[in-house]
Design a protein around this ligand. Structure first.
Ligand code: SAM
Ligand code: SF4
Length: 444
């Protein structure tokens, strides 16, 4: 069959879709050039906010009406359970987020409609990758044991499970041998890697640098892999920002100088209600430690506005925390009550217009702050991995620096176009809130 996958939501879903692509290709199916050309279309869904769920379910509904074989996978399936067929009576199959490894079998058996809510955490499902590319997502941990009051992820993605370190190191070694230059380690809360289950055993090489915590030790082992240029990871819960993590950043230059550290709120009262288990002061102290060895260290975040009971004073506390932290980028979300979560039992009492206003205020602040942070980089030379033509202006090339900042540059006339993943040194001439622009240096 010719297949096409639509992906909504986080990087975890992007990775899972890549894995499904690889599993389907291995089973003899072929990737279609576009949705219209496909016989089978799979929608990978998100349910973290109601709107996200509606988008994915709406898309699947449209596809069902086209007569193509249609499947739904991902977080919305787990939340809806058997009700998914009430919402989508013509849907052929639905698979929960930890069960996508079963899709080739479901297709081979051909009994529709079919609902799979169970797990398939086989090494094959966790490690499959779509071929090609110089960047790869690598799952290190699935599920989440944090119980943040507003979040549905633990219900739909299940209990935390960390993959054995040996399996991850072998996977990254093989990716690097096949041309991958940059890996992004994925988990809902990656700094909890190895906390709920053991990942290193006595027969593994001891840590040369004396690391005792599982995640910094994994970063150390991956840093030693020849050919691999960069290691990123996401997301990081601020509670896991330990001295060993900071030491690993300082000692291993392959670890990108960036952390995505969702703060959610700057008000201690709201943070406590959310069950985030850190205070504003502890969060800011973590940011200071990370920037302590490199002032250009990039910190990005997620913030929720309009959480139940969020007063103007709480909101102003978030605003001031964002200024104090000096975020390089921020994703702002309007609170959306999710069924079954602790906060859904509270009145959703911040009016929609007020959520919109707080959202706009924080985004405007961030535009100004992003521009200031980026202006400080004018004149510096950034090492960038070329990703291809810029989306906004195809005559320019684009890539990212170690801080995950988007850098665009005009290739000098007559110069060789860099291959994807090649390192280019770019002198920054212009700053924008979310982009740096410059010129490639001749020696790069
Ligand atoms: N695991 C990550 C963490 O803990 O930081 C993020 C998980 S979630 C997929 C991504 C972001 O969505 C969260 O950081 C939060 O800001 C936002 N989010 C989660 N639940 C939400 C809700 N009910 N309403 C609005 N935003 C929400
Ligand atoms: Fe959700 Fe909190 Fe887990 Fe992140 S850490 S996935 S916000 S419960």
């Amino acid at each position: 069959m010719k297949f096409h996958i639509h992906t909504y939501g986080c990087q975890m879903n992007v990775r899972d879709s890549e894995a499904v692509e690889a599993l389907l290709s291995a089973a003899g199916h072929v990737k279609a050039s576009c949705e219209e050309d496909a016989d089978l279309v799979i929608v990978n869904s998100c349910t973290v906010r109601q709107k996200a769920e509606e988008k994915a379910v709406g898309k699947a509904g449209y596809l069902c009406s086209t007569g193509k074989l249609t499947g739904l996978m991902g977080c919305a399936v787990k939340r809806l359970g058997a009700d998914v067929f009430k919402r989508l009576p013509k849907l052929d199959f639905a698979v929960a987020p930890r069960g996508f490894g079963l899709i080739p079998k479901i297709l081979a058996e051909g009994r529709f409609p079919r609902l799979e809510l169970g797990d398939d955490l086989s090494a094959e499902a966790l490690s499959s990758h779509a071929a090609g590319g110089f960047q790869a997502f690598v799952t290190v941990l699935v599920g989440c044991n944090n119980r943040c009051s507003y979040c549905i992820v633990p219900d739909v993605r299940g209990r935390e499970y960390s993959r054995p370190a040996r399996e991850i190191v072998a996977e990254v070694r093989s990716l690097a041998a096949n041309g991958v230059k940059e890996v992004c380690l994925l988990g809902q809360s990656v700094l909890r890697y190895g906390v709920s289950n053991a990942v290193w055993d006595a027969s593994d090489e001891p840590s040369p640098g004396g690391y005792t915590e599982a995640f910094p030790r994994l970063l150390e082992a991956l840093s030693a892999i020849p050919g691999l240029g960069r290691i990123r990871f996401t997301s990081a819960h601020p509670g896991g920002c330990t001295d060993e993590l900071v030491r690993a950043y300082a000692e291993f230059p392959k670890i990108c100088r960036h952390i995505h550290l969702p703060v959610q709120s700057g008000s201690d009262r709201i943070l406590a209600d959310m069950g985030r288990r850190y205070t504003r002061a502890e969060y800011l102290a973590a940011v200071r430690r990370l920037r302590g060895f490199d002032p250009e260290f990039a910190v990005t975040t997620d913030v929720i506005v309009g959480y139940p009971g969020e007063s103007e004073e709480d909101f102003e506390a978030t605003r001031s925390l964002m200024d104090e932290a000096g975020f390089d980028n921020a994703f702002v979300f309007k609170y959306s009550p999710r069924p079954g979560t602790r906060s859904a039992a509270k009145p959703d009492d911040v009016p929609q217009e007020e959520k919109e206003r707080r959202n706009s205020v924080l985004l405007e602040d961030q535009e100004r702050r992003g521009l200031e942070r980026n202006k400080a980089l004018v004149g510096t030379v950034r090492e960038v991995l070329a990703e291809g033509p810029s989306k906004r202006n195809a005559s320019r090339l684009a890539g990212r620096d170690s801080g995950n900042r988007i850098v665009v540059w005009e290739p000098p006339a007559g110069s060789r176009v860099p291959v994807l993943g090649e390192k280019v040194r770019v002198r920054i001439l212009e700053a924008h809130p979310q982009i740096l622009a410059g010129e490639a240096l001749a020696d790069s």
